[in-house]
Design a protein around this ligand. Structure first.
Ligand code: NAI
Ligand code: MG
Length: 498
């Protein structure tokens, strides 16, 4: 454990300039909200306020969107070739690498995530920039057999102004992949980060200016969802809207974008299942199953929040998991414990509510971890909970908790396992643990999820792997080459050459 009180709080690597009140970045300029209003920036580990961000309104958003619109239509950006854009992203990667320690410390302080996770997030950001820096000039169109005397082909063209509204759980992942894919494809970007975690996005945009992104290509406007977020989603000069967050807010944002019939991409969370068969390598599976719900304190859209387990090994698995869960400790980020706090008091209350209701709905609390000694009383800690015999009709089986709560339900056979896996309205990720090759393929086919892992699980990982959901988990795919395609539209060109 760290002992220096400054290092303790992740402050050692933080230059004072990063802790000063922040401004929006609009059209290459640093600007406070026109109203002068601000929002406090707090650390979830102790509840302490350590900075502020602009509380932007529709006027501030309008300015940012106009800057992005102008940069797309009139600025030098249109003259950047795909290769130029890729090189710029690669250059940004080098600058982010130089700033890695400070960015990681800033992210841990702003979100309460353990310092090793802050570092992991910076590494993921570097990897996104590496991937899209190289991929920007790799997306091609096609030629289409058509009428005699004609040649038909398709071009991949940018949408124009892409608006992105993102949540607080993995801002560094999202900002880097948006810059990589949206700007790699030639769009300009207006980003509205979450009010609880805006600092890394602001810093990223600042570093992008240093890298040489022209003014107006990357704009960041902070503020509240119903104010700044809603104004952005509904702005008539926005051409495409991407959103990551709750299903309810996703529906609101789609309705706002529909006013102008704009396309959207929705990444809306899940209730992802891991399915453990009796023939699996259980020893290999258990740490992965644990991590998939503990990582980022369960505040991960792809958290493995359900475990379906073969009745024949149910007792032994619960015993082993209970032993593990009872040892888990939620701790302030600077202690780098098993997990950190929830992002804010409201989310902590929400998770405690799920835990309280699960008992009354018939689930059995098999184990619960603890909170670190000396964790500040102002922090938002929830000890991880393991529930067994969770009924498929219960809330805990069906709804996203977004906290460190694992719901275990036993199954009798493969058919029931597949049915239970699909028995929620979500469909984001699944993990299947079995040595039976035929079953691996059957389950991969039957499970309705955007990603299916066999004898593995990727909560948040896999820059190269298309990611997104079915049903209430949303639509559209981020990550990989698929996200570049998504950040573009098809233009068909037909030549009549006789
Ligand atoms: P949220 O979905 O309301 O917030 C996410 C983003 O949307 C933030 O930037 C917020 O400012 C913005 N927003 C909120 N209302 C808006 C509106 N009316 N118009 C435009 N933008 C708006 O999520 P919240 O309230 O922070 O968390 C509630 C629940 O959402 C969590 O418990 C979890 O279940 C889910 N969630 C899922 C995430 C995921 O990665 N899938 C991430 C964050 C939350
Ligand atoms: Mg914060």
């Amino acid at each position: 454990m760290l002992t220096n009180p400054k290092a303790d709080q992740g402050l050692a690597a933080l230059p004072p300039s990063l802790l000063a009140p922040r401004t929006n970045i609009t059209g290459g300029r640093f600007a406070a909200a026109r109203s002068g209003q601000t929002l406090d920036v707090a650390c979830p580990s102790d509840g302490g306020v350590f900075s502020s961000i602009p509380r932007s309104d529709a006027d501030d958003v309008d300015e940012a969107v106009r800057a992005a619109h102008q940069a797309f239509h009139e600025g030098p950006w249109a003259t950047f070739s795909a290769l130029d854009r890729g090189r710029l992203i690669t250059k940004l990667m080098g600058i982010v690498d130089r700033e890695a320690d400070a960015l990681a410390a800033l992210e841990s302080r702003d979100t309460g995530k353990p310092v090793r996770l802050g570092r992991a997030d910076v590494n993921a950001a570097l990897r996104y920039l590496e991937f899209y820096g190289g991929a920007a000039d790799k997306l091609t169109g096609e030629t289409i057999p058509f009428l005699d005397g004609h040649t038909a082909l398709t071009l991949r063209v940018p949408h124009g102004v892409v608006a992105s509204i993102i949540p607080w759980n993995y801002p560094l992942h999202m900002v880097s992949r948006l810059i990589g894919a949206a700007c790699g494809m030639g769009n300009t970007l207006v980003l509205k980060p979450a009010e609880d975690a805006s600092l890394s996005a602001l810093r990223f945009a600042e570093l992008a200016l240093e890298a040489g992104f022209p003014a107006g290509v990357i704009n960041v406007v902070t503020g509240l969802g119903p104010e700044a977020g809603a104004a952005l989603a509904a702005h008539p000069l926005v051409d495409f809207v991407t959103f990551t967050g709750s299903s309810a807010t996703g529906a609101v944002i789609q309705a706002l974008a529909a006013r102008h019939n704009r396309g959207t991409s929705m990444e809306l969370g899940g209730k992802s299942a891991q399915i453990l068969f009796a023939d699996a390598d259980v020893d290999a599976a258990l740490p992965v199953i644990q991590n998939a719900i503990i990582q980022n304190a369960g505040q991960t859209c792809s958290a493995g929040s359900r475990l379906l387990v073969d009745r024949r090994i149910h007792g032994a698995v619960i015993e082993a998991l209970a032993e593990r869960f009872s040892r888990l400790v939620a701790a302030p980020h600077w202690q780098d414990g098993d997990l950190g706090p929830m992002i804010n008091a409201k989310q902590a209350e929400r998770v405690r509510g799920f835990i309280a209701r699960a008992r009354s709905e018939g689930a059995r609390l098999a184990a619960q971890g603890g909170i670190a000694d000396g964790a500040p009383s102002g922090g938002h800690y929830v000890p991880p909970a393991l529930f067994d015999d969770v009924p498929p009709e219960s809330e805990l089986f069906r709804d996203e908790v977004f906290g460190p709560v694992l719901a275990v339900t036993p199954f009798e056979d493969e058919a029931e396992a597949a049915r239970l896996a699909n028995a929620t309205d979500f469909g984001l990720v699944a993990g299947v643990w079995t040595r039976d090759g035929g079953r691996q393929h059957r389950m991969a086919k039957r499970i309705r999820a955007g990603q299916v892992f066999i004898n593995a699980y990727g909560a948040g990982g896999g820059v190269e792997l298309p990611f997104g959901g079915f049903g209430r988990s949303g639509h559209g795919r981020e990550k990989g080459m698929e996200f570049l395609r998504h950040m573009s539209a098809t233009k068909t060109v037909v030549f009549n050459h006789g």
